[in-house]
Design a protein around this ligand. Structure first.
Ligand code: PEP
Ligand code: MN
Length: 354
């Protein structure tokens, strides 16, 4: 299914970047207003704050709910910023619309659940509001696209994706693994869909916000949604990953936004060389596969097994070492040869079973 999209029509910081900033949660009228005033004074156009908070365990602060919505309304009236919040149920949608919320987003836990997304889609029928869909907690691009299709089918055309990383047991560096190949594939599949990056939830630590923002810009993302709090260390949720509006402003000022479409003669010549090499690689690969199939035939005629582990290990080790000598990362070379070998085995099995 093709998405039917319209421009988000949100105010942006420059032609290549829309920034949404604000605290993880709306904690009190004072905290919301103080953060919002500071962000507005730094030139921020869109304010975020969570009103309904999905928490991993019970007993934590789950958001003030409806009580916090007038605070967001006040932000809008006082500062002129647009305001956005997370919705997870049709009741949330109804209340958010009632209080004039301008932007909605669907959280990662919700977008992983097609029943919940469908219920949200039904509640959004006939409503023209930008909806940002976070990736599901698990690295499943189809599920992410499916969630956006459901919302789109309800008639919401101002749609964007938010990349917030993927849950993992390994939390050494990131809170949520970025797995950049997934948003990159999303961009390839639906080029006109704007993609935001949420460096706060990917990193889980404030030190990682700047490098993650830069990476998102270098990959051609269209926006950033960043958690910012007037007093981050005292935040009721996600304290470690929030920054003051001052720090946020500094981080944004350091961002280098490179031109994506620029093409010079120099790069065109280099790209031609790459195309040429890719063609050669492809021909060589096809030749390798032909010989592999011949080997398969030979193995069949001589009653030999397809997979011969010692030969496989020998190839991987040898190629890894050769790669090192040629100035390449041996792990990368092993990954390439593993893929090549997997396909060779698949083809040989086909021949042997014919
Ligand atoms: C949030 O944006 O505060 C949030 C709960 O994020 P996520 O759904 O990405 O965990
Ligand atoms: Mn948060």
């Amino acid at each position: 299914m093709e998405l039917e999209l319209q421009p988000l029509n949100l105010p942006s910081d420059n032609e290549r970047l829309t920034v949404i900033a604000g605290p993880c949660s709306a904690e009190s009228e004072e905290q919301v207003m103080s953060t919002a005033m500071q962000l507005a004074s730094k030139g921020c156009h869109i304010f975020r704050a969570g009103v309904w908070k999905p928490r991993t365990k019970p007993g934590g602060f789950e958001g003030h709910g409806e009580k916090a919505l007038p605070w967001l309304k006040q932000v809008k009236e006082t500062t002129g910023m647009l305001v956005g919040t997370e919705v997870a149920t049709p009741e949330h949608v109804e209340l958010a619309l009632k209080y004039g919320i301008d932007v909605l987003w669907i959280g990662a836990r919700t977008s992983a659940n097609p029943f919940a997304v469908q219920a949200l889609a039904d509640s959004l029928k006939g409503v023209d509001i930008p909806v940002l869909v976070k990736n599901p907690v698990n690295p499943d691009l189809e599920l992410w696209i499916g969630a956006m299709e459901r919302i789109n089918q309800a008639g919401v055309k101002r749609l964007a994706a938010i990349h917030r990383g993927f849950s993992s047991y390994d939390k050494k560096i990131y809170r949520n693994l970025p797995m950049w190949q997934i948003p990159i594939e999303l961009r390839r599949r639906i080029p006109s869909l704007p993609i935001f990056c949420d460096p706060s939830h990917i990193g889980g630590r404030r030190e990682l916000i700047a490098p993650l923002c830069q990476q998102a810009m270098d990959l051609g993302f269209d926006g950033l949604i960043i958690e910012s709090h007037c007093d981050p260390d005292k935040a009721w949720s996600d304290a470690k990953q929030q920054v003051t509006p001052d720090v946020l402003d500094y981080i944004l000022s350091l961002l280098v936004i490179r031109d994506q479409t620029m093409s010079t003669e120099g790069i065109a010549t280099l790209r031609k060389q790459i195309d040429e090499i890719d063609n050669q690689l492809m021909e060589i690969m096809a030749k390798r596969m032909r010989i592999c199939r011949e080997i398969g035939q030979y193995k069949k005629e001589h009653n030999m097994t397809v997979l011969q582990t010692s030969r496989y290990n020998e190839i991987l080790d040898k190629r890894g070492a050769q790669g090192s000598l040629l100035g390449m990362d041996p792990t990368f070379i092993k990954t390439v040869f593993e893929a090549v070998h997997e396909e060779s085995v698949r083809q040989q099995i086909e021949i042997v079973n014919k």
